[in-house]
Design a protein around this ligand. Structure first.
Ligand SMILES: Nc1ncnc2c1ncn2[C@@H]1O[C@H](COP(=O)(O)OP(=O)(O)OP(=O)(O)O)[C@@H](O)[C@H]1O
Ligand SMILES: [Mg+2]
Length: 345
């Protein structure tokens, strides 16, 4: 990792990523966009971020997944020069965030957890203001802002004041403001928090599109589904420490309780849990909403036995599925391990 941070410092380059509408300059080689080594933040006795190492490649969507209070926002604040680390170092776009914050800042934009749009300015006014902050000439500012309105479906809201926007619209405006400068790296802190299904889907599609155009996206989330759907790689952070890093699929493979059979039955009898637990090769039974989840090393064996039980007891199945391990299983397993003092995996 030391080598990685060092290499980034010696091969610093600052070509901007053009936006929008896919008009993005893709760099020929994929290098490291974000690197951290032993990055640490203490607040008094609390170690909020505890010696984390990270390496995010250009054009990658990297998810920082963890429960509330895990240290996600604090990490973003250190990487984006808003708060100084207590230890370790970090480079963004090849620039050390402590030694060369100005050049680091030229390469990234942040969408923080809470809105930074001005309530008294209109949507258009906020976009113009964001462009001015980046010293964009007026004609370019206006052209990019028009594109942003289209990209984030804000055109019909352009004259609304920031203070009059719904939460979801405001979130989209803040994202549009961040994209005004065509950053190479985009930090999103809990991007879909408070968004409805449509807005969440739009945001996820946009993130994937930005990444396919060459932008690096670093997002935090406690939503496992989001990490699974959007991210190329995920780091799981629990109480300040990274306990696992990998592609969602890779992380899934690491869990022991690898497979399961999920069954929904019309009947809801008190004896059901016992009967399902007694089926051969079932190692654990969990109630999940209206379904039962039966963990097993051998789904076919469980399916056979389940068919027998359904027949013998006169039960009516609504659905039966075999499932691989979910990212949620990994998350729960690692969080438990950490709580028991198991340490990073
Ligand atoms: N300025 C501060 N002073 C003292 N403690 C802080 C400060 N900022 C954060 N913390 C603490 O550091 C820990 C990590 O907080 P952080 O905001 O990074 O978590 P998070 O993973 O972003 O959580 P969430 O999912 O709730 O946003 C928490 O225990 C929090 O209370
Ligand atoms: Mg946070």
């Amino acid at each position: 990792m030391l080598d990685e941070v060092g290499r980034m410092l010696s091969s610093s380059h600052t070509s901007p990523t053009g936006l929008p509408h896919g008009a993005v300059t893709v760099e020929a080689s994929r290098t490291t966009a974000i690197a951290a080594e032993g990055l640490t933040k203490r607040f008094g006795d609390l170690v909020a971020v505890d010696h984390i190492d990270l390496r995010v490649k250009e054009g990658e969507v990297f998810g920082f997944l963890g429960p509330n209070g895990a240290g996600k926002t604090t990490t973003i604040r250190m990487l984006t020069t808003l708060t100084p680390p207590s230890g370790g170092r970090a480079c963004v776009a090849g620039h050390d965030v402590m030694m060369d914050p100005l050049n680091a800042k030229r390469n990234f934009a942040v969408v923080p957890e809470t809105s930074n749009a001005y309530d008294e300015l209109t949507v258009w006014g906020n976009l113009m203001f964001a462009g001015e902050l980046h010293a964009m000439p007026r004609s370019r500012r206006e052209a990019v802002a028009e594109d942003m309105l289209g990209l984030l479906a804000l055109t019909e809201h352009r004259q609304k004041r920031g203070g009059h926007l719904s939460k979801g619209l405001k979130r989209r405006l803040v994202l549009a403001m961040a994209l005004m400068s065509s950053p190479r790296i985009l930090f999103l802190d809990e991007p879909s928090s408070g968004l409805d299904v449509d807005s969440t889907r739009m945001l996820r599609e946009l993130v994937r599109r930005l990444a396919s155009g060459g932008m690096t996206v670093f997002l935090t989330t406690h939503n496992i589904e989001e990490a699974n759907r959007v991210c190329d790689r995920v780091a799981i952070i629990v109480r300040g420490r990274i306990v696992a890093t990998g592609a969602p699929e890779e992380l899934r493979m690491t869990v022991d309780a690898s497979r399961s059979v999920e069954v929904a039955l019309r009947e809801d009898r008190p004896s059901m849990e016992g009967a399902l637990s007694a089926l051969p090769s079932v190692t654990q039974v969990r109630r999940e909403g209206d379904k039962w989840r039966l963990f097993t090393p051998s789904p076919p064996e469980v399916l056979d036995a389940l068919a027998g039980l359904i027949h013998d007891e006169g039960l009516h199945p609504v659905s039966i599925n075999t499932l691989g391990p979910s990212l949620e299983d990994v998350f729960v397993a690692l969080t438990r391990e950490d709580a028991r003092g198991g340490g990073p995996a």
